[in-house]
Design a protein around this ligand. Structure first.
Ligand code: NAD
Length: 316
């Protein structure tokens, strides 16, 4: 049995996650929970009609009792996405939503892995560790996985190569302080600077900054066009779920608790993370160059500040 719960399943992101899970036949049981029961019931019925094209699975709307003994609980419930705000803006609203539901979800599924998607995802991942009391390995945020996919996509377009042959990461906060770890970037195993030299091409510092800036902001361009981003995060989450359930031990830039990473501990943000059936198997602290270390520290400082605000809200 592979029982998955999606909380916020009536929303855009929850719907995209559920569809990605079903279309890849990942769960055997899928429970859709949302405060908007009618919408979640509608999504469940629609998804059940995928039956002839996927492996048969039990898909249903459920309240918190129905979610009991889930293997993975994915949460995208929260305030709607908006253009022209930062991902940190809805923090207080979403802390209140998490406080109202995460303890009950955890009580009903004491062995589950929580997968956090709601923004600000790094802060809510930290909050979920606190609200569940679970070992830190069993609380994971989607972090900069989607941003990293964007990095690979744009570089693939620029250099006419498949994103699947590009290894590298956006690291830090899933937000304004994220940065590209250029020193770790590899094209089919060849270090980026060596690749450029081999091809006789250039990718200047200002082009690098421009691309990082595009990646930081592109979600808001999409929000302005269609009211939110949903499809790519849906597939990102299905990929993580598949990695967990099948104990694949793949390395993704995901948000989880860091311990002594360049001197920072006790906050959540993205570093290369080995993922398997027990959740986080290893959190790597790779050697970065001096400039990247400064960016990483700036991201940690931002997360520290907002984690403090989160704890103030939690203790109100
Ligand atoms: P949405 O408004 O479409 O959906 C949110 C859903 O949450 C709604 O269906 C709402 O009814 C539900 N909800 C609210 N309070 C609830 C509660 N107490 N219990 C159960 N359900 C509740 O918003 P969306 O576009 O789906 O975005 C959801 C979240 O995902 C946002 O925080 C957004 O920023 C985030 N997001 C994260 C990433 C990422 O990379 N991590 C990417 C895209 C969006």
């Amino acid at each position: 049995m592979k029982k998955i719960t999606v909380v916020g399943a009536g929303g855009k992101v929850g719907t995209a996650i559920s569809y990605a899970l079903v279309s890849r036949s990942i769960p055997t049981e899928l429970v859709l929970m949302d405060i908007n029961e009618k919408k979640a019931r509608g999504e469940a019925e629609d998804l059940r009609h995928c039956a002839a094209f996927t492996d048969t699975m039990n898909i249903r709307y459920g309240d918190v009792e129905e979610t009991a003994n889930s293997d993975i609980i994915i949460i995208s419930a929260g305030a709607p996405q908006e253009a022209n705000i930062t991902r940190l803006t809805p923090l207080k609203k979403n802390v209140a939503i998490y406080k109202s539901m995460v303890p009950d979800l955890a009580k009903n599924s004491p062995d589950a892995i929580f997968l956090i998607v709601t923004n600000p995802v790094d802060i809510l991942t930290r909050l979920t560790i606190e609200l569940t009391g679970f070992p830190k390995e069993r609380v994971i945020g989607s972090g900069t996985l989607l941003d990293t996919s964007r990095l690979k996509y744009y570089l693939g377009q620029t250099f006419n190569i498949s994103p699947n042959n590009i290894e590298g990461y956006m690291l830090g906060e899933h937000g304004d302080t994220q940065f590209a770890a250029w020193s770790l970037l590899r094209f089919a195993g060849i270090a980026f600077d060596d690749f450029l030299e081999m091809k006789g091409e250039k990718f200047t510092d200002s082009e690098r900054k421009e691309l990082e800036d595009k990646i930081r902001k592109v979600a808001f361009e999409i929000v302005a066009c269609k009211g939110g981003t949903d499809l790519a995060i849906g597939l990102s989450i299905a990929t993580i779920v598949d990695c967990i359930l099948n104990d694949k031990k793949l390395v993704y830039p995901l948000s989880s608790l860091i311990e002594d990473a360049y001197g920072y501990s006790n906050i959540c943000l993205s570093l290369p993370t080995v993922i398997g059936r027990e959740g986080v198997l290893e959190k790597w602290v790779p050697k970065l160059n001096d400039e990247e270390i400064q960016f990483f520290k700036a991201s940690c400082e931002a997360m520290k500040e907002y984690t403090d605000i989160m704890f103030e809200e939690l203790n109100k």
